[in-house]
Design a protein around this ligand. Structure first.
Ligand code: GDP
Length: 359
């Protein structure tokens, strides 16, 4: 999918950069262009992207210090500047705009929902959010900020793809020890999703198309993406078990939002040498995802690339009823000292006033 990325805040700018770099290194050509927006000039300076400094009259380039209400109001005031900087980047070829932000901070947390709302007013192409959830050992302010930002993003964006910092921490990557490796790994996951449908080699009927990613994300709400890979045999017949096991791993242990296995729609993409991809295995994998997630709609297709490995990339959309989302909302609620309540349907938390809307 030809995408334009807008990184908002520190994490947003770094992740947008990592995504653009992954896409360029792989020569996918899915990232059409990227922009970074921040209230802190020091965070923009090292980024190799075009940048917009917002809120100069309010914070003079010094950031909003974790105040996401200020982040939202600054973005509201300076949205025109951001839209003007984006206009030449969102050409007729562009199929989607992604607003990327860490949800626990100030500028991205507050600014991303406002920017998504403004972009949806202007553009016909889908506007998605990519939100980084704070780890469970980050402080209360981060949890509250992320809870409020997420609630608002889910309302404003066509779909919000969640990347949980804890998912990478539990995978053995040290989040505290520097985000560079985490960002690279997140960028690979999301970058492959953007590139699925941009496949240049092989144009078989089974090749996944950009419209399938877009249609899957139409389920709205929140989304997660899972990834796993393994060495492949040359004979596709020998790879049926491999495709099943990488698909299982992508969902059970490789999801960007762990345990988000209750989904409304899914897309199962098998990446690798088309001659090694077993049709039977790909079909079985789709059936398994359908059963595992309870999804009514499971799309599927190949992502041809030169490799002696096979990879499963599983996009799950409409995952807001999942246990992980409820756990996170619980954290946010506890942080604002609300009495935690038993809820049969965690998605209800987005319909009541437990978490204030930002907008
Ligand atoms: P902002 O600049 O005010 O938007 O704040 P940040 O972007 O620093 O957002 C803070 C949140 O983002 C923290 O709660 C962290 O969870 C997360 N975070 C900050 N930097 C990074 C990063 O480089 N990578 C990742 N994955 N998460 C980050």
């Amino acid at each position: 999918m030809k995408a334009v990325l807008v990184g908002v805040g520190q994490a947003g700018g770094k992740l947008a950069t990592a995504l653009a770099e992954f896409d360029a290194d792989m020569s996918f050509g899915a990232v059409h262009d990227a922009l970074a927006v921040n209230t802190a000039s020091a965070d923009l300076r090292p980024l190799p992207l075009d940048t917009v400094l917002v809120g100069q009259s309010r914070v003079n380039g010094h950031g909003v210090g974790g105040d996401n209400e200020l982040g939202a109001s600054v973005m509201d005031e300076d949205a025109t500047e951001v839209l003007d900087a984006l206009a030449p980047k969102v050409t007729a070829a562009v199929e989607a705009v992604f607003v990327v932000a860490g949800l626990g901070g100030g500028t991205g947390s507050g600014g991303a929902p406002v920017l998504v709302r403004e972009l949806r007013r202007v553009y016909d192409v889908p506007v998605y959010a990519i939100g980084v959830l704070p780890g469970r050992d980050e402080g209360a302010m981060y949890q509250v900020n992320a809870g409020r930002s997420l609630k608002t993003l889910v309302r404003e964006a066509e779909s919000t793809l969640l990347l949980d910092n804890d998912a990478w921490r539990s995978a053995g990557e040290s989040v505290e020890g520097g985000y560079a490796a985490v960002n690279e790994s997140m960028a690979k996951r999301v970058g492959l999703l953007l590139a699925a449908g941009e496949a240049v080699q092989g144009v078989g009927e089974s090749v996944v198309d950009t419209s399938e990613v877009i249609n899957t994300l139409r389920a709205g709400g929140m989304a997660a993406v899972g990834f796993a890979s393994a060495p492949a045999a040359e004979d596709p017949g020998e790879n049926v078990t491999t495709v099943m096991s990488i698909t299982r791993s992508a969902v059970m242990t490789g999801l960007s939002l762990p345990n988000a296995t209750d989904a409304d729609a899914a897309l199962v993409t098998i990446a690798g040498d088309p001659d090694r991809i077993p049709r039977k295995g790909a079909e079985k994998a789709r059936k398994w995802v359908q059963e595992e997630t309870g999804s009514m709609q499971v799309r599927g297709g190949d992502f041809p690339m030169t490799s002696d490995r096979l990879a499963a990339l599983v996009l799950l959309a409409g995952v807001e009823r999942s246990r992980r989302v409820e756990e996170f909302l619980e954290r946010a609620r506890q942080a604002i000292r609300d009495e935690p309540e038993e809820r049969p349907d965690p998605a209800d938390a987005f319909l009541n006033d437990e978490l204030d809307d930002l907008l």
